[in-house]
Design a protein around this ligand. Structure first.
Ligand code: ATP
Ligand code: MG
Length: 340
């Protein structure tokens, strides 16, 4: 089964598509959940602005980019303060501690500052609704990539349901945990965008290769891309592939087509780079570069860096399992999303 043999799915793709659309729909957050997230953001935002007058507060992550799934009760909030450099994690850590004290005093539950984390953060829970909040400081790259993802979502309506299915599959199969050597949700989103950019008839454009209409400098990084989504809506209309066909293409690619030895997935370029181009050819410290996914803005950041030989084998086994089920089963739904 490890070799691609050119066969396509056996399932009735229209019927499979209908079932997948229904599943994707059931995974979308309800209006009530959206309202709860918004209310939590506004409450946190006004506490932060009262303590740091003039500071800006941003909502980012999946709740902000339209890629959140139901029962995800987490929101990501960024406090933007003047005068803290991008790489000054010590100063960010101190602010995280201060935010923790503020939230404790305001009656938030389970307040947990993590000032020494790679990205300093304070975690807490809004008691009334149980919404879990992560506050980070000057996390401007995350705000910029949230906007990029949101703009891709607005261009073609197939991205959000594809991401919902892939996230749901990854959670079900226990391969959605960057701390344990598999891949983060953000990484799976980049993989979905890459797939849609590289279909024979593309579903998505490459926003960073078009004349930029959005520009922001964050530390040493330049975040620029075309954010004129109004004029790009309908870009993928000549591609008629449905959700079932795209999900099959996703797993087929990661099971049998991706070159794990040489390739780096890049949504910035809309294709793959060579590991040599990035000098991602050997292990440096804990960064192994066995599965390489380039961050669209922080170009030295490989989202797959936490994957080791063992977890790469697990990931490849799961991609192959999914592709094989989609190819061989008349009705692959239950097995595909079966809990590991
Ligand atoms: P979920 O629905 O699972 O919460 P999410 O997209 O919100 O998905 P988080 O892990 O909560 O994912 O991350 C929030 C945001 O932080 C991401 O959307 C992305 O903008 C940014 N982010 C997360 N992980 C990384 C990373 N490893 N490198 C760069 N940015 C990241
Ligand atoms: Mg999140």
């Amino acid at each position: 089964d490890r070799q691609h043999d050119g066969r396509g799915p056996r399932a009735d793709m229209e019927a499979l598509n209908a079932a997948l659309m229904q599943l994707a729909d059931s995974l979308m957050p309800t209006p009530e959940e959206r309202a709860t997230h918004q209310a939590a953001f506004e409450a946190v935002s006004s506490l932060l602005q009262a303590r740091w007058p003039g500071a800006r507060v941003h909502l980012f992550g999946s709740v902000a980019n339209g890629l959140s799934v139901r029962h995800n009760n987490d929101i990501d909030v960024c406090l933007e303060l003047e005068g803290i450099e991008l790489d000054d994690t010590a100063a960010k850590g101190e602010v995280a501690v201060a935010v923790g004290e503020l939230m404790e005093a305001a009656g938030m539950a389970d307040v947990l500052p993590l000032p020494k984390a790679r990205v300093p953060v304070v975690k807490f829970v809004v008691p009334k609704t149980g919404t879990k909040v992560d506050v980070t400081v000057n996390n401007m790259l995350a705000c910029a990539n949230t906007k990029l993802l949101a703009d891709y979502c607005a261009i073609d309506g197939r991205l959000a349901p594809l991401v919902a299915l892939v996230k749901h599959w990854a959670k079900s199969r226990a391969v959605n945990d960057a701390y344990r050597g598999t891949l983060s949700s953000y990484c799976y989103v980049l993989m979905c965008i890459h797939l849609l950019q590289t279909r024979p008839v593309p579903v998505l454009p490459v926003l960073q290769q078009l004349p930029p209409t959005f520009r922001r400098t964050v530390g040493q990084w330049t975040c620029e891309f075309c954010d004129d989504v109004a004029s790009l809506r309908g870009f993928g209309a000549t591609n008629r592939e449905n959700l079932a066909e795209l999900l099959w293409a996703f797993f087929e690619y990661w099971a049998w087509r991706h070159n794990y030895t040489h390739d780096v997935v890049s949504i910035r370029l809309g294709g793959c780079l060579h590991k040599d181009d990035k000098d991602w050819t050997r292990r440096i410290g804990n960064e192994r570069h066995l599965v390489c996914i380039e961050d669209p803005f922080e170009l030295s950041h490989d989202l797959g860096r936490t994957v080791d030989r063992q977890t790469r084998a697990v990931l490849h086994k799961e991609f192959t399992r999914a592709a094989t089920l989609l190819r061989d089963r008349m009705d692959p739904m239950d097995e595909l999303f079966q809990h590991y």
